[in-house]
Structure formats: C-alpha cells, structure tokens
Design a protein around this ligand. Structure first.
Ligand code: ACM
Length: 667
C-alpha cells in the first residue's frame, strides 16, 4: 500500500501531518468533531493510556475552541498490550488509524504506538465551513529511525521546569522519542546531588532541578512515550563542578562558574584514584534517577592544557604508558565506561570518546559528521547523528530537513552496519537562548527533523514540507509551546513608544543569526540579557517565504508580468513592498536598528521599481539592475545580528528583470 505521491500538496488529509506517516490512503468523507466527541479504549488499557486519552480530549478542545462534553465515542483506541514499562530503544511505535464519516479507530501493539496514533489524529483535525472535522483516511505507520531525539542544554542558560515540560509535549506531538538532557557544563551543574551537594549548591547560581523535579520530568516523558537520557559532560566542560570540589580538577583552582562560552581549560584530573571513587558515587546517584538504560558522559572538546602543565599528571601518564593527551582521555573514558556499566547502564558519548577498545554496546553521538558514525559502525558500534541538526545555528528548516543520517560516509556501509545508525538528534545549545526564546529556536524546525527521522520517504514529500510545517507550527500552540506567542510581547517591549506594528514589519522581514554569527558580535556572557531585536526575530521568516512564493508565482515565464501572473500574489507583493518602503519613516528607530530599518525601506523601493519594470512593454534603464544588485550586496550583510530576509524576494524580482534585455527583447 502506498499513497499517491502527487496528492501530497493538495489533499486536505495530508495538510497537517508531520511527520508524514509511512502509508496514507485518503478515504471519502469527513468525521465531524463536535461537543459530543469522546475517545475510549477497548482492549488493553492502563493509567498511562487513560491519561493520554484525557490529554487528547483536552488538546482537541483547545485546538478547536469547542467545549467538549463527550457522550458519543467517536475514536476507539485498540491497544494489544502495554509494551515496555519505560520507553526503550527499539520499542514498537507502530499503529494503524482508520477515519471514516462514522468514526475512527487507532490500533497499536503497544501503548506507545497508540500515543503516536493519537498525535496523528490530533494533527488530522481541520477547520471546515461549519466547525471541525477529520478527513477520512487509512494510515499504517511506523518510524524509519528508532532514535529521534532532541537535546537541550540547560547549563549555559537555565531552563526552568515548565520549559522542559512544554517541549516534551511538543516532542510528543511530532513523535520525537528521546529527550537528551544536557545537565552539566562549565556554566552550571543543574541537578540536585544529595551525595555531593556542593555540585548544585555552588555550581548552579541556585538554578537546578530537585530530584523530585527530575522524577516528574521522567514520568511526564514516559507518559508521552519519550525516553530521558541525562548527560553529565566530562572530563572537560566541568568548571561548575570544581567550584564546590576544586580537588577534582587537574590544577589547584579556586574555580568560579564560567560566564563565557567556548572550550575552557578546567578538566578532571584523570590520574588520581579518588576521582574515580567520586565519579562512581556521583554516576551511581544520577543513574538511579533515570530509568533509561543509557547514560551520556559527554567526552567532547577536552582542552589538555591542565594535563600538559601538571608534572604529577605527566609522571602518572608516563608510568602508565599514556603517551598523549588523547591516550589520557581514552584511559579516562574507559574507566568511566566501567563505572557506568557497574551501575547497570550503557555509555553514550560524543565523537571524541570513540575508541575500539570500549565495550561494543557504547553508542557514539556525532556532532562532527557521518564519517565518525561510519568509522564507529565499521567497528560494530551504534551511532546517532547530530551533525547537521544543530538548532543553535538557526538554519532554515529545509537545511535541517535535508540532512540524512544515512547519507555521505554512512551511505557506503553494509546493511548490517547501517542498522547500527540508530537515527538522529536535534541539539539546542543554549549560549544564545533563554527560557523566553528557546522554543522559537527549536520549533518549528525540530518538526522538520522529526519528519526526516520518522518518515519512510521524506525526499518524496519535500515539496509540501513548508506548507505542512506552518500548519503544524500553529497546532503546536495548542500543546502549550511558546514558540509563536512570545514574539508579540517581546516586540512590544522593544518598541516602547515607537509603533509596535512597524517594528513587527521589520522583525517579520528579518532572520536572527545563529551562534556562528553572534559569537563575535558583542561581548556575550551568561549574564547578558537576551532581550534585543535579534532575540525576538525568528530564525526563518514565514512572511518572507510567502513573498518569495508570490514573486515566483507572478513570474511564471521569463517575460515578466505578462498576463499569466496571479493577481492575488501581485497584490500581496505590492502591498508588502510598499509597507517595507514606508516602514523606516514610520518606525524612525534609533540605535542598532537604524541601518537595518533604512535597508528594508530601500529593498521595498527596489522591489516596487522592479515590479514596474517587469510590466509588459516596460523596461529598466541600462545599468539599473547592476546598481541595485551592488546595493543588495551591501544590504545582505548582517546588521544588529540579523539578516534581512527581505532580500530574497526582491532578488527574485531583480533577476527576472535582468533576464529581459533592456532594449525589450530577450538576452
Ligand atoms: C559538541 O558540540 N561539542 C558536542
């Protein structure tokens, strides 16, 4: 069974689905959703499933605005068995869903499969002329990759509990199934340790999760079919540990919580046995908080300066035949792997931990690329790809969408080796995000990554990706995410007494730079507020994307606006370009937005002029295109840590004009 691919862009049954199910066959008719809507389990049921049913009902109520009173069972959940108590690697997440005018059924072998199906049902609810409905459909679905993760760094910026919970809801909505919690780094140790209370006590500015809160997160995630894997990064990225326990470090200290970003020298001393006794107790305590069998020890980006400068460590290394910093790191990781195993866990680490002498169960998470995973897989190790899924780079969703764990170096692997590539994980490092902005940097891009990792044939549905992403992004409002709703208040706060709608026009036309663009833009530390224009601006502008589409649609042929352009698109182009052109004189910004705002107005004027020159019988003066293109090159340079995305549609118009000969013929 296979859906008709040509239907993806046009069939309503597909419009809100992301990730796209493996098999979708549209049916005939619609199922009305009204106040009597009710969901009921038949077959296996338990408290977890009942809570999921209550959540689905509440979600549909929020999503539709209908006050659902229940009474008539419309959706039946037929679950065969519980499945594992806590979600695991390789859990069965499959389900089937049938929707007809009479009712709907989700059948699944496990509760987790039923959860996935219920999310599909929520996504398939659509507005209709007189209310809400789900389109008739038959779906058979299962994931392509078993590991579909999101990593959140809560160290560099503190992420309070509600941030975690709402992001778990959003993960569940798009069928992501691993929450990787980056709990410690140079800038903070974020979990209560009862054995070593100075870890969180002195290493967190008071921003840490209590053990009760950790339990709450684990149970909340379990309810949503999501595994929780903690990461305690070591032996580097450990400055915050040394504030309370300087004796763990390779140089005497004292140490303070790191406020800047980067790779720092403080590193665990691998030469002393007391260190391993400490780690044994700490890992034991932390491992017991998390039911998942995997435990992440980081292992990345070790600066060996402290090791190299310590005569004691160098003497110890020489005695043990450890001839380089790499050999010392490998020794340390092997010792930690043994500790992790003693506490019943399997170790996971970044690329740098890979060493063929590690236990074969070790999983390698790659921030460096598919080649690392291919090397590991050839040696029989499992791997997860994060390279290409770094959300802190604020790439366009289509860029993340294009990254395939099984492309590039991993493409050459044998089928057995390929099976060791478990999937991928989006990473949100928190240098430039805080609780107010983090959702808007994770979402909706993470939904595109979720589709890449779940869908069986993502390359065939790329064309409809953005349409569906926009729909899904709006529905994520109803699971409580703040990725869209924080935008307006942030802009209003920034506008102060200036017209907020003009600031919004500028923000809608802008895209925030990611970590690479912000790192050297000013002196950032963890104490600098993230409350400027760049923090409000989104990574990718929906309204500019609409303008690009409109620009293309009015230019179906090289001969410009002839008669075949779409009148609506043309009107939208004109009105937005006009708004851009007039915006600077309305906004009159001072400070860092001065140049940016002027540039948007220049772009608006160029675009309007290009539209004129594209009219039948019109033509631009010789040299005009070249002049505008040169100007665009200037305007394209980031200002105030954003790019003016508005350049893109204007460039489409200019290029179209350039394709026409100034004398009226074609070049
Ligand atoms: C990493 O990006 N250093 C894991």
């Amino acid at each position: 069974m296979r859906a008709l691919l040509g239907l993806f862009a046009i069939t309503p049954a597909f419009a809100g689905l992301m990730p796209m199910p493996a098999n979708v066959v549209p049916g005939v008719g619609v199922l009305k959703i009204d106040a009597s809507f009710a969901v009921e389990a038949r077959g296996y049921s338990d408290a977890r499933l009942e809570r999921a049913i209550a959540r689905l009902t509440a979600r549909i109520s929020r999503q539709t605005g209908i006050e659902i009173r229940g009474g008539k069972t419309v959706l039946w959940i037929e679950c065969a068995a519980r499945g594992p108590e806590y979600p695991t690697v390789n859990q069965d997440e499959s389900y089937r869903m049938d929707v007809s005018a009479e009712g709907a059924t989700i059948k699944a072998p496990t509760v987790t499969g039923a959860l996935r199906g219920m999310e599909t049902f929520a996504q398939s609810i659509d507005r209709s002329a007189d209310g809400f409905e789900a389109h008739a459909v038959h779906i058979e679905d299962r994931p392509s990759f078993q590991w579909r993760g999101l990593m959140l760094d809560v160290s560099r910026h503190w992420m309070p509990l509600p941030v975690i919970l709402r992001n778990l809801d959003a993960m569940a909505a798009v069928k992501l199934n691993v929450f990787h919690w980056h709990l410690s780094d140079d800038q903070g140790f974020r979990v209560e340790s009862r054995r070593f209370p100075k870890l969180h006590g002195l290493g967190s500015d008071g921003h840490f999760y209590t053990q009760d809160e950790v339990h709450r997160v684990v149970e909340y995630a379990r309810d949503r079919g999501i595994r929780v894997i903690p990461e305690f990064d070591m032996p580097g990225h450990t400055t915050s540990w040394f504030v309370g326990y300087p004796e763990l470090a390779s140089a005497p200290g004292p140490y303070q919580i790191e406020r800047k970003w980067g790779i720092f020298q403080p590193t665990i001393d691998p030469s002393r046995e007391q260190i391993y006794a400490f780690l044994d107790q700490l890992i034991g305590e932390m491992a017991a908080l998390f039911p998942d069998p995997l435990f992440h020890i980081g292992g990345d980006e070790v600066d060996p300066t402290q090791w190299n400068n310590s005569t004691a460590i160098q003497a110890w290394a020489a005695r043990n035949g450890l001839k380089s910093a790499n050999a010392i790191q490998a020794y340390f990781i092997r010792r930690v792997a043994k500790i992790v195993a003693r506490h019943g866990k399997t170790m996971l680490g970044w690329d740098e931990v890979f060493d063929t002498t590690l236990p074969r169960e070790t999983i390698i998470q790659s921030w460096r690329g598919q080649a690392s995973l291919a090397d590991a897989a050839r040696a029989g190790f499992r791997g997860v790809l994060s390279f290409g899924y770094y959300l802190d780079h604020l790439q366009q969703a289509s860029v993340y969408y294009g990254v395939d764990p099984l492309e590039g170096a991993t493409h050459q692997l044998t089928p057995e080796q390929k099976a060791l590539i478990l999937g991928g994980e989006a990473c949100m490092w928190s240098e430039y995000v805080d609780a107010e902005t983090v959702d808007s940097r994770i979402w909706p891009s993470a939904a595109a990554i979720a589709e890449r990792l779940w869908s069986v044939f993502p390359d065939e549905i790329t064309d409809s990706m953005y349409d569906r992403l926009e729909e899904v992004s709006r529905k994520l409002d109803w699971v409580g995410l703040k990725h869209r709703v924080n935008y307006e208040p942030m802009l209003e706060r920034l506008a102060a007494e200036r017209p907020a709608d003009s600031l919004r026009i500028l923000a809608d036309a802008s895209e925030a730079l990611g970590i690479e663009g912000r790192r050297d833009a000013r002196h950032y530390t963890g104490l600098v507020d993230l409350n400027r224009f760049v923090d409000a601006a989104r990574p990718e502008s929906e309204s500019v994307r609409r303008m690009e589409r409109a620009a293309r649609s009015v230019l179906p042929a090289a001969d410009g606006l002839a008669n075949n352009g779409s009148a609506r698109d043309l009107a939208e182009l004109r009105s937005t370009l006009t708004a851009w052109a007039e915006n600077d004189s309305r906004l009159r910004p001072s400070g860092e937005l001065t140049g940016l705002s002027k540039n948007l107005s220049i772009l608006g004027s160029i675009g309007l002029q290009a539209l004129e020159y594209l009219r039948p019988g019109q033509t631009q003066p010789a040299g005009w295109i070249e002049q505008q293109m040169a100007l665009m090159k200037e305007i394209e340079r980031p200002e105030a840590e954003v790019n003016l995305a508005a350049v893109r549609p204007v460039r489409i118009l200019l290029e179209a004009a350039a394709r026409r000969d100034p004398s009226g013929g074609n070049k």
